[in-house]
Design a protein around this ligand. Structure first.
Ligand SMILES: [Fe+2]
Ligand SMILES: [Fe+2]
Length: 312
């Protein structure tokens, strides 16, 4: 079988879809003992507003739009659920299986998937095949998957936090392994795409960002990556991370895939990355498709985020 995910000669094209933060609902009726601690405030938050922000009808339209564009691969960067109840994950899995199997879909967790201590084990039970490296039988972060000439690297920044906090952390051992993966994949000539839930740069708001962003950013700067994609902020953002010994790395955040209210940058959207490799060039074009004010899914913007010519 030939697909555009297989290299032909010197040129290679790959279409990568990115969506994030679907916050799949509705919440199953929780048992009282499930609502101890942080889940109590989370449940109240969901009842009092979050369920109106994240609309499953909108998510369904976004998923249909992704299907229609037939990408080679789909990355989902976390916050699949709301308060990390084990009973939430089967509902999220239903939405994900609509996109494809674990060969075609790569997932990493977000802070809402790791809401309290028993949340992540429940996510792993349902999503393990989507969060594993090639040929690995266990879930371990970071993981690496090779698809054609693309190396997809999944990092977990999801940790349980205290009340009213939504911060994340990668940790020193994951950062060290990430650096090794980036260096090896870079030397082998792969286009490196890093997936992480939290924006890997200094946060604008206290309690919401990546605690160890400085060491993570250093690993990115020194080892290099061609693209970093993230969610968490529920709005679109594009930042170029400048590097001293190599081309800059685009860091791209996407809006929530189910958000209905808000301005253009906040409303439900997804990104389609057209990655084109030729003999000595690499180009990444990004198309944003998302909700128009009337709720229809339309193309909102296309721009080139990386256009490189190899030296020599
Ligand atoms: Fe989120
Ligand atoms: Fe988040």
């Amino acid at each position: 079988m030939t697909s555009s995910a297989e290299p032909t000669g010197a040129s290679f094209k790959f279409r990568l879809a990115h969506l994030s933060d679907p916050h799949v609902g509705p919440l199953p009726a929780p048992r009282l003992r499930d609502l101890a601690g942080k889940r109590m405030t989370g449940y109240w938050n969901w009842r009092s507003g979050r369920r109106l922000i994240h609309d499953m009808e909108m998510l369904s339209r976004i998923l249909a739009d992704i299907e229609a564009e037939a990408p080679d691969h789909i990355a989902l960067t976390g916050d699949l659920v709301n308060i990390g109840l084990p009973a939430e994950f089967p509902l999220a899995l239903k939405a994900v299986t609509r996109l494809g199997d674990a060969e075609r879909v790569s997932i990493i967790p977000g802070n809402h998937d790791a809401y309290v201590r028993n949340s992540m084990p429940a996510m792993v039970r349902h999503f393990a095949p989507y969060m594993r490296g090639d040929d690995l039988s266990e879930v371990a972060f970071p993981y690496m998957r090779i698809r054609g000439r693309i190396a997809l690297i999944g990092v977990s920044s999801a940790i349980p936090t205290g009340f009213f906090l939504a911060s994340g952390a990668v940790g020193p051992s994951q950062t060290t392994r990430l650096r090794g993966m980036l260096e090896a994949a870079g030397q082998a000539g792969f286009v490196r795409v890093v997936m992480i839930h939290h924006p890997p740069l200094k946060a604008e708001h206290f309690g919401r960002g990546l605690r160890d962003h400085a060491s993570f950013e250093r690993a990115l700067r020194e080892a290099g990556a061609e693209l970093v994609i993230h969610g968490h902020n529920h709005r679109q953002s594009v930042t170029m991370l400048e590097r001293r010994n190599g081309p800059p790395t685009p860091i791209v955040g996407v809006a929530s895939a189910s958000a209905v209210p808000g301005t253009q940058g906040h409303r439900a959207a997804w990104h389609l990355f057209d990655i084109a490799i030729d003999e000595n060039t690499l180009r990444i074009d990004m198309t944003t498709r998302g909700s128009a004010p009337d709720g229809a899914i339309v193309e909102l913007e296309t721009r080139t985020i990386l256009d490189l010519v190899a030296p020599g």
